[in-house]
Write a protein of this length. Structure first.
Length: 254
């Protein structure tokens, strides 16, 4: 399989549980060395050139509690800055700015152990963003988030991509955040890319999704069923646009 993420691109790895999303990301971040094939990040081998790659790469693991090691939130977030040769003042500014950007400035002096799951996720994200990474790697960042938290994170990551030009690779087993955020989606199944393209294209491939133990959004399934019944409707993420087409078709037929 081939998977290429260009500078500034937002790529989603969409797959069912156990399909290898985390394993794939661990190869990208140099935690694992491939037995077959090869991985290049910024043209480097992330396993061999771990330190060089890591200073340009922000990672949020599936379980953020595993990566939060500082005695306080502030010290934890500052951890990745140690390699960048910044003055103490500049470090302070970066940490505070990043915490505030995520709305958790007030957690700076707190002991991470006592934070809620959602707060932990934000602290881990702060630790990844504080180095101003060229590439951000996020493992299931949307799992367990409620609707408004999903929207908030989508907006934040879009801004990061647009304003800082960061590339983003994230995994998901949910389709909605993929639809909202990704430029390109890769659907994984059995170690292969089962489908690839823009979210709108991929969500129309119902069969490939089913085979990969996923399911197209109901709206896309409805459009497909209407098409099979002879009513051609352009698929869209927005139910209003789909409804407008159906209403127009009926109005024309009357
Ligand atoms: N392409 C693959 N080759 C070898 N082992 C794989 C592959 N994909 C997944 N695995 C194995 O399957 C298990 C689950 O993978 P994981 O990456 O945790 O899946 P996910 O994050 O999608 O739930 C792991 O033990 C992993 O080593
Ligand atoms: Mg996983």
């Amino acid at each position: 399989m081939e998977l290429v993420v260009r500078a500034g691109e937002i790529a989603a790895i969409l797959a069912a549980n156990g399909a290898g999303k985390t394993t794939l990301l661990q190869h990208v971040t140099g935690m694992l060395r491939p037995v077959e094939g090869s991985v290049r990040v910024f043209g480097l081998d992330p396993y061999r050139d771990f330190e060089k790659v890591r200073t340009r790469l922000g990672v949020v693991m599936q379980n953020p509690a595993e990566q939060i090691i500082g005695p306080t939130v502030g010290e934890d977030v500052a951890f990745g800055l140690g390699h960048l040769g910044l003055s103490r003042e500049e470090q302070e500014k970066r940490v505070q700015g990043t915490l505030e950007q995520l709305g958790i400035g007030h957690l700076r002096g707190k002991v991470p152990h006592y934070l809620s799951g959602g707060e932990m996720k934000k602290v881990a994200l702060a630790g990844a963003l504080v180095i101003e990474p060229e590439l951000l790697v996020l493992d299931e960042p949307f799992a367990e988030l409620d609707v408004s938290a999903v929207a908030e994170l989508v907006a934040l990551l879009r801004r990061q991509s647009r304003e800082k030009g960061s590339s983003i690779i994230f995994t998901s087993h949910q389709l909605e955040p993929v639809a909202l955020l990704a430029d390109t989606v890769y659907v994984l199944n059995g170690g292969q890319v089962a489908a690839k393209g823009r979210p709108l294209e991929v969500f129309q491939q119902g069969e490939a999704l089913e085979k990969s133990r996923l399911r197209a959004p109901d709206l896309f399934r409805l459009v497909d069923m209407l098409g099979q019944g002879g009513l051609e409707v352009r698929p869209d993420f927005d139910p209003e646009k789909v409804a407008a087409q159906i209403i127009a078709a009926f109005a024309g037929g009357r």
